[in-house]
Each structure stands twice: as C-alpha cells, then as structure tokens.
Design a protein. Structure first.
Length: 227
C-alpha cells in the first residue's frame, strides 16, 4: 500500500496533487490544511472517501477506486490548545476511513491527522495522538491501521516512540526532514504511526509550494495479521 501524506499549507500546494498521484502510483492520499470545498471528487485513479467540513483548513482522504471500497468514514475533534480556541483553525484534527481492500479481501484503517501547532505543548500533542489511536480502535477493533499526517512534533520523538510501543503502535520517520523552512524549526514533522502494518519505507519527496515536504509511505499487512 502506497500512501502519500501532504500538508498543503493553506491549500497552496493543491495544484500539485494530480501530478503527484500520477508520478507515485498511489493507493491512498491523505491531506492536511486543505480547503476541502475546493477539492475534486476524483484525482486520476483516486476517489475522495471523505473530507472534514467544520475546519477552516481541513483534512481529506482519497483511495484508489479499483482496489478499495470505503465502508465508513468519520471525523473527530480532539483536545484543544489555546491556539485552537482563539484562532479556530481546525475543529476536527483526525479523519479516519475504514476501507475494504478488494485485492486482499480484508479491511484496513487509514487516517489523516493534524496535531496542534507548536504554540501548544508536546503533552497536548501526545494526548491528541493517543486519543486518535483510541478512536481508530473503536472504528475498527483489531484492524491494521495507518495514521499519517503533520504531527508537529520536532523534538522528543524517541520518548514519543516508546509511548507508542507500549500502546501497540509503531512510530516511523521518513528518510529526510519534512520541514526546513526555519532553522530553529527543522525536523521530521510529518511521519506515520501504525498498528498491524509493516512499514517498508517512508520517502520524503522534493519540496513543492508548501512549507512541508510530502511523504510516501510504503507498507503492507503484517504476516501474522494476514487473513
């Protein structure tokens, strides 16, 4: 399964999506900071499963039409920081889809996630990540899950990874930094957390119009979990 995650930076990079879809043979596309009312229903072979509607800058998930059937989608509000309450950039910070993989004959969860910005503490983002994983378990108990997006977590990822392991999730970074706009804020902001999945590779793509670099996650179901 090839999944691209991209923070469009206030929709600035939306014009790149068709070319990215064609160039990287995607199965799943997860977006953050999109003007969802301006997103098309179809992007080449990809179909819009769902998008958030309550955000000024929202989330979206596309899936390959000939491989996946969308069974259920749901958007979630997570714990808010002061920036969320004052600026109201995003009421819903998690969008999840339960998909049926027609080729494999089984179900999988995919999610687009956008944590609160750096004005919030890491403790808030850890709470958001933990809550997001709990919501995924409720949506599809026992199903393999892949959550990608902008975690806004440049420092302390070793500790975050240990927390993920104890909760049944793995944290996987890409092969290069995904945010390099400011020297003091460079790092891996965009990455993946997963359960029941083997992450084979996360490639950081060249910079486009956004201040975030897109990533492509290549993954498969763990052999022990295969039906």
């Amino acid at each position: 399964m090839r999944t691209l995650s991209y923070n469009l930076e206030k929709h600035k990079a939306a014009g790149e999506l068709v070319a990215l879809t064609e160039a990287y043979d995607l199965d799943i596309l997860c977006l953050q900071e999109a003007v969802t009312t301006e997103l098309p229903d179809e992007l080449g072979p990809l179909h819009l499963a769902d998008a958030t509607r309550r955000n000024r800058l929202g989330l979206a998930i596309y899936h390959r039409r000939d491989r996946y059937e969308s069974l259920e989608t749901k958007a979630y509000a997570l714990k808010k920081g002061w920036h969320d309450r004052i600026a109201a950039p995003a009421h819903e910070r998690l969008l999840a889809a339960r998909l049926r993989d027609v080729a494999e004959g089984r179900e999988v969860l995919v999610a687009s996630f956008h944590a609160s910005p750096l004005t919030a503490l890491n403790s808030l983002r850890r709470h958001q990540i933990s809550s997001a994983h709990a919501q995924l378990r409720d949506l599809g108990p026992g199903l393999p899950a892949l959550m990608v997006g902008d975690y806004n977590y440049p420092l302390g990822k070793a500790g975050l990874g240990r927390r993920m392991t104890t909760s049944g999730y793995d944290l996987t970074l890409s092969d290069a930094r995904t945010y390099t706009r400011y020297k003091v804020l460079r790092g891996h902001f965009d990455f993946a957390t997963s359960a029941g999945m083997e992450i084979h590779d996360i490639e950081t793509l060249p910079r486009g119009a956004s201040d975030h670099l897109p990533i492509v996650v290549t993954s498969s179901y763990r052999a022990a979990d295969a039906a």
